[in-house]
Ligand binder design. Sequence first.
Ligand code: IPM
Ligand code: MG
Length: 350
Amino acid sequence: MKIAVLPGDGIGPEVTREAVLVLEALDLPRLTLFEGDVGGIAYKRHGHPLPFETLTMTREADAVLFGAVGEPAYDELERSLRPEQAILGLRRELGLFANLRPARVFEGLEDLSPLKPELARSIDVLIVRELTGDVYFGDKGVRETDAGEREGWDMMSYSAPEIRRIAEVAFRAAARRSLTSVDKANVLETSQVWRDTVIEVAGGHPDVPLDHLYVDNAAMQLIADPAQFDVILTGNLFGDILSDLASAAVGSIGLLPSASLGERQTTHGTFGMYEPIHGSAPDIAGQGKANPMATILSAAMMLRHSFAREEDAARIEAAVAKALADGVRGADLGGEHGTRAIGAAVRERL
Ligand code: IPM
Ligand code: MG
């Protein structure tokens, strides 16, 4: 099991450390970990947020465990050298087109949600976000208008094959649950092709109920009636926005994991990159306060998708749930447990 660990910036190193300790506590067969620089720290050490050696290391691994990137000190750099480019570069270079972002409320944590507890309790949604296309990766630039003013432009597009492959992932993830495809087909041609293609793919999955929502309505429904959603399929930009919205609805961004899967098959599963969705949180970096649970849960997703170790994945998830039920709470959940204490509490309960 070859895993490239990329701790990155801010709280990334603290939280990935705990996730690695959890993996090591599981007695996995032939676990081999490599560590590489990514993000602001990589820029500082190598002059680029995604150094060639790091990219090579990820290509040789079966899976990547990623902490976080982002460092305010580097926000003024030209765009291609900013820490965020590391993550966009990894997605593009590794072909990680399928982003899975589950959001649900752990029992007993309903009060953390800004929604009424009965609404919060009903949230159990998987957002399947396309990750290597859309306006994120289209041509873009800044030009001058006839009046001599600056004008920014970004090209949005989706081809049918791009839509088909992410739709297949979403239909398979939905199994027998329902699938909601989110677009803006009332305004965008890109979305019309999206919708038509999703309907075409649905023909091969007659057991999955499918409906379609416009993205503005989907945002509203996620707050007003989250229980209606099982799996949401959407494009890169809408998925970025809706997944933050879902995480806010859950009320505990420090608990949400993610998987970004590619097409490459490894010995046991699908190559993927796994990361917490919370980001680098520079304001609390290095203080031992960050909640490592999202990264630990990302490691569980890694065992499931890249190594076909469902039992170990479930063990980790149960240990996290048990720790939470026992009152283990990081500062993000209004508690006093630090990063290491939370990691230890999860390991004790494996
Ligand atoms: C995310 C993040 C990234 C994105 C940024 C850091 C480029 O917001 O993973 O959701 O927009 O995809
Ligand atoms: Mg985002």
